[in-house]
Ligand binder design. Structure first.
Ligand code: PLP
Length: 395
């Protein structure tokens, strides 16, 4: 049979990263392509003990339907954590547990944007979000990401030229893919422009707790005085990605509509994992656990930077992240990105080409993303040495 796909899905392609995953089974392959947390970052024994106890003593609750807003104790805990860590969440805000930040992003766009409406995003940006916006028929306008965040002059021009803009999507802290962090001044300017043009900001902050250098910067949500910031967070990078637990904090009226939209999608987020997450936070030292992850990534990122400094010719530029999972390398003009990525793949080193993160998928790029959480220290050195040699031969 010949299948006819919907207009929304017909041009959607599988994520470049998921495709790269398929090649990773090859023995000896070194992947800098994934966005996965380090395997050693999961608190396995605590999870095993609590998980067994849930099935011994709270099995029916774990196996039964639950409420869409989320497991009540977990919602309280997340609200408290957001207040303690970031000083965010007022009496006008509400919080919903969602199935990963991915669902939080998709639901935000779903309740705010009609087909054809504009969503402004940093360029480059997180593929999962861009694909969610595309799947809902939103028009994505990319605004160039500079070292200290979005180019705000370009943002204003974009807002002026696209009066149908409903949402500005930003990842101000340890951006995926660029690893950069938006300065306080730029955060204030993004908020000012959102107010001037009366649009919502979706602030995506899954890496916010993973700072291993430098000073904390207030979230955009913290600057929000008129209820225009939806804040999306996740347990994926601090506890477990497979649990699929994220959250949205935002004005009550928006969250109420998101509850209705989520009911249609999956009724509620997996209740067993919500209970597990909640009991972990009650019974274990979450702060100490996050501190261990920070120390691990400080070490791995530091090592990757040392290897880049040693093996990479100076014509390749790269970011020096203060947290998160990624750094972003830019090739000289003389090297074609696709040739480089394919040649690296032939030598079993996998990186994600920057084109995958472009708001306009057909736009060129000279950059690629490197992940340091997944590879071992030995793989980091070997892989970066191979990439450095490759640049030299291609120059
Ligand atoms: C910027 C950003 N936002 C959101 C997510 C989604 O995370 P999850 O759905 O696992 O919570 C990711 C995952 O990599 C991400 O990088």
């Amino acid at each position: 049979m010949e299948y006819q796909f919907s207009d929304k899905m017909v041009n959607m392609k599988p994520s470049a990263i998921r495709e790269i995953f398929k090649s990773l089974g090859t023995p000896g392959a070194i992947s800098f392509a994934a966005g996965n947390p380090a395997p050693e970052s999961f608190p396995v024994s605590d999870m095993a003990r609590i998980g067994a106890d849930i099935f011994a003593n709270q099995a029916v609750q774990a196996l039964q339907y639950s409420v869409t807003e989320g497991y009540p104790r977990l919602r309280e805990q997340v609200r408290k954590r957001l207040l303690d860590k970031f000083g965010i969440g007022t009496e006008n805000d509400d919080l919903i547990i969602v199935t990963g930040g991915q669902q939080g992003i998709e639901l935000s766009c779903k309740v705010l944007c009609n087909e054809g409406d504009t969503v402004i995003a940093e360029n480059p940006s997180f593929i999962g979000a861009l694909n969610a916006f595309r799947s809902l028929g939103a028009r994505i306008q990319g605004v160039e990401l500079k070292d200290d965040g979005m180019d705000t002059e370009a943002l204003e021009k974009c807002l002026r030229e696209n009066p149908d803009t409903k949402m500005i999507y930003v990842i101000p802290t340890f951006q995926n893919p660029a690893g950069s962090t938006t300065s306080l001044q730029t955060r204030k300017e993004i908020y000012r422009l959102a107010s001037k043009y009366d649009v919502i900001i979706l602030e995506d902050n899954p890496y916010g707790e993973l700072r291993f250098a430098g000073e904390d910067i207030p979230t955009i949500k913290k600057l929000d005085t008129d209820g225009r910031v939806l804040y999306c967070g996740s347990f994926s990078k601090v506890l477990s990605a497979g649990m699929r637990i994220g959250f949205l904090l935002g004005p009550k009226e928006l969250i109420q509509k998101i509850v209705v939209a989520k009911q249609v999608e999956d009724v509620h987020t997996n209740i067993y994992f919500q209970m597990l997450c909640s009991r972990y936070m009650d019974e274990c030292d979450m702060d100490a656990h996050v501190e261990e992850i920070r120390a691990l990534y400080r070490k791995k990122c530091g090592w990757m930077l040392e290897c880049l400094d040693k093996y990479m010719p100076s014509c390749v530029k790269y970011t020096r992240p203060e947290g998160g999972l990624f750094l972003w390398c830019t090739l000289p003009e003389t090297i074609e990105l696709t040739d480089f990525v394919m040649a690296a793949k032939d030598q079993l080193v996998f990186v994600v080409p920057g084109t995958a993160f472009n708001c306009d998928e057909s736009a060129p790029s000279r950059s690629f993303r490197l992940n340091y959480s997944m590879p071992s220290m030995e793989e980091i050195e070997k892989g970066i040495r191979i990439l450095g040699e490759l640049v030299r031969t291609m120059m």
